[in-house]
Design a protein around this ligand. Structure first.
Ligand SMILES: C[S@@+](CC[C@H](N)C(=O)[O-])C[C@H]1O[C@@H](n2cnc3c(N)ncnc32)[C@H](O)[C@@H]1O
Length: 210
């Protein structure tokens, strides 16, 4: 899924206040930095609505949104910088492949994966955010009682993820194959989710524990 380049957003990203330019410097100190006891990390935040909304719903909890695409990250950054009601929220522009260079062991309480790119071709499977390569990293940075929450519209990616999580030793905690029929009252729709829900497509959701 390629995103159209948004020049103003790419330019904005450079001087964004919410952006953490050297995330490795915060390793082991994110909770202190965000003044929270609960740390959430969203990987692939796109244009940023989910973490922004969640930071308002859970104002005592801290949120780090990660996005590798400059245009999407720039749009998210502008929202985060200008929304005066946002909670404890910051942004990393980067590829989550280096997640364990940014976060310390067991530092994260909840990892959110929302509508990750499915990378349908087998040769690109390692780029999926629920691929074993990523799951092994999540195990390192996730707290002992931590959770990974995943939502997707893609049945094949969902099936693939169920197998990968299970093989990596995660315990399934919740599963829903038509999540919007019974959504959690305190959850936020992402940009992609809004589009899929409008088209009447089912949303798959699962929650895993270590
Ligand atoms: C399909 S979009 C979904 C965006 C948003 N989560 C939503 O639901 O509206 C997936 C996003 O994940 C980002 N992404 C994919 N792999 C990533 C990685 N390894 N590190 C950071 N971001 C990633 C992509 O750039 C893209 O913006």
């Amino acid at each position: 899924m390629r995103m159209r380049k948004i020049p103003w957003a790419v330019e904005y990203l450079e001087q964004a206040k919410c952006r953490i330019k050297e995330p490795e410097q915060y390793m082991g100190k994110w909770k202190q930095f965000l003044d929270t006891e609960v740390l959430h990390v969203e990987i692939g935040c796109g244009k940023g609505n989910y973490s922004l909304g969640m930071s308002k719903l859970y104002p005592r909890e801290g949120f780090v949104a990660i996005e590798k695409n400059d245009s999407a990250a720039g749009v998210a950054a502008k929202k985060y910088d200008t929304d005066t009601e946002k909670g404890k929220l910051c942004l990393i522009r980067g590829d989550a492949q280096t997640l364990n260079e940014w976060f310390g062991k067991q530092e994260i309480d909840v990892i959110h994966l929302n509508f990750s790119d499915p990378w349908p071709k087998k040769r690109y499977a390692k780029r999926r955010l629920s691929n074993t390569r990523f799951l092994e990293q999540y195990k390192e940075v996730l707290a002992k009682d931590g959770q990974i929450q995943m939502k997707t519209d893609n049945a094949k990616l969902f099936e693939y993820s169920l197998i990968e999580f299970q093989n990596a030793g995660f315990q399934m905690f919740e599963v829903n194959v038509d999540y919007r029929k019974e959504p959690h009252p305190e959850d936020v729709e992402t940009e992609y989710e809004e589009k899929f829900v409008a088209k009447g497509q089912p949303i798959y959701r699962c929650v895993w524990k270590r």
